[in-house]
Design a protein around this ligand. Structure first.
Ligand SMILES: O=C(O)C(=O)C[C@]1(C(=O)O)C=C[C@@H](O)C=C1
Length: 373
């Protein structure tokens, strides 16, 4: 193989010859990598034989992507380079076994965008109508993994997702963050001044509340099951001449052939949503992990204090605390806690052991690599 740092020619034909030659080397190497992945699949099949074979390895993928970013010298940026390798691994995994990924649909939701960001494009998409359907699809084995939204930087937690973990045996296998840009969309044949209703998911309506109050104070807001569904309804209404607008993202805008009346209308420019990957496997340590717990506290004075104190004493960094009412007892609570570290790390294990002594129930929802992209 030629030296990658040899002098760059300076005429167009010579530069293109050089690009052609580099492309053929990259192609050969990608296929060599793909053959290794095929071999990995054979080894996994031989080793895990009788049981359900685990092809997708989130901890290994996170390590590969982190290493790509660490050794990157440019001129391509770290994230750009990692995205390329993200897709290479996605193709390699699909060669080992195509992954069916359930997500909160329909096609075009931010959750689909998050699924593609996390797994790459070589997946089989399975849009579901509701968050609990995503859980059921993965629990039944019909899908390999699921992707659900869990919190938004403007609007806070997605209660449906947290509540679904109460009765589910699924584990969190990963997280992904996505910057959320909302647009006001109408069918191309509709005049925006005629708009009578604005449809969107309730979280999206809330994320654009100040903008809507200011520019569309007298138009009725209607919450529907997703922003992609809002876009679909706006497109359908447009076909019969009804002036309904939707608030949705780029993917939905393109998918349903809508026109942007206003772009980036979210109240906060750093509006970000965090999504979780759920599956049937426990993920080993990747070197940079997070853990999520569900805790039922005893209903007595100082209960929460005693839980939190354990984190401080062992120097474990808690990143999130959510409270939900317990369905079992009136005025009982369930806490959802995220912290930095893997449940197999010594200090995390010590915290979890102590929490078990102090709470009526501690469920480890999963340890998983911190989002790389
Ligand atoms: O290392 C593995 O276990 C592989 O299957 C290979 C590979 C890769 O392409 O690098 C592919 C899929 C896994 O999710 C992780 C990594």
């Amino acid at each position: 193989m030629s030296n990658s740092k040899q002098a760059v020619p300076d005429t167009l034909p010579l530069l293109r010859d050089r690009i052609d030659s580099i492309d053929s080397q990259i192609q050969m190497l990608i296929n060599e990598r793909a053959r290794c992945a095929q071999k990995v699949a054979e080894v996994k099949l031989a080793e895990q034989g009788g049981e359900a074979v685990v092809f997708y390895r989130p901890e290994r993928e996170a390590q590969v992507l982190r290493r790509v970013m660490e050794r990157n010298e440019g001129p391509l940026g770290n994230e750009e380079m990692a995205k390329i390798f993200r897709q290479v691994m996605s193709s390699c995994l699909a060669l080992e076994k195509p992954m069916r990924i359930a997500f909160l649909g329909p096609e075009g939701t931010f959750t689909q965008q998050a699924a593609l960001k996390h797994f790459g494009k070589s997946i089989i998409s399975a849009p579901m109508a509701a968050i609990d359907e995503v859980f059921r699809e993965v629990e039944s084995g019909a899908a390999n993994y699921g992707v659900v939204p869990v919190e938004n930087s403007t609007e806070g937690v997605v209660n449906h997702t947290l509540d679904s973990f109460r009765d589910s045996r699924l584990k969190i296998c990963g997280e992904v963050e996505e910057r959320i840009h909302h647009h006001l969309l109408v069918s191309p044949n509709i005049n925006s001044e005629d708009v009578t209703h604005i449809y969107s998911h309730q979280q999206s309506l809330a994320q654009c509340r100040a903008w809507l109050d200011r520019y569309w104070p007298h138009v009725e807001r209607v919450a529907v099951s997703s922003n992609a569904e809002a876009a679909r309804l706006a497109a359908e209404a447009g076909r019969s001449g009804r002036a309904i607008a939707a608030i949705a993202g780029e993917v939905a805008c393109e998918l349903y052939g809508l026109t942007k009346v206003s772009a980036n209308i979210e109240d906060r420019p750093d509006n970000t949503t965090r999504f979780l990957i759920v599956g049937n496997q426990e993920v080993p340590q990747s070197g940079k992990d997070k853990t999520s717990l569900l805790i039922s506290a005893k209903n007595e004075p100082g209960a929460l204090y005693r839980l939190l104190e354990a984190f401080e004493r062992h120097g474990v960094d808690m990143t999130r605390l959510e409270t939900r009412p317990s369905l079992m007892s009136r005025w009982g609570y369930i806490f959802y806690i995220d912290f930095v570290g893997h449940y197999l790390d010594d200090e995390c294990r010590a915290v979890i052991d102590e929490l078990r002594e102090r709470a009526s129930e501690v469920k480890v929802l999963g340890s998983y690599p911190v989002a790389v992209l």
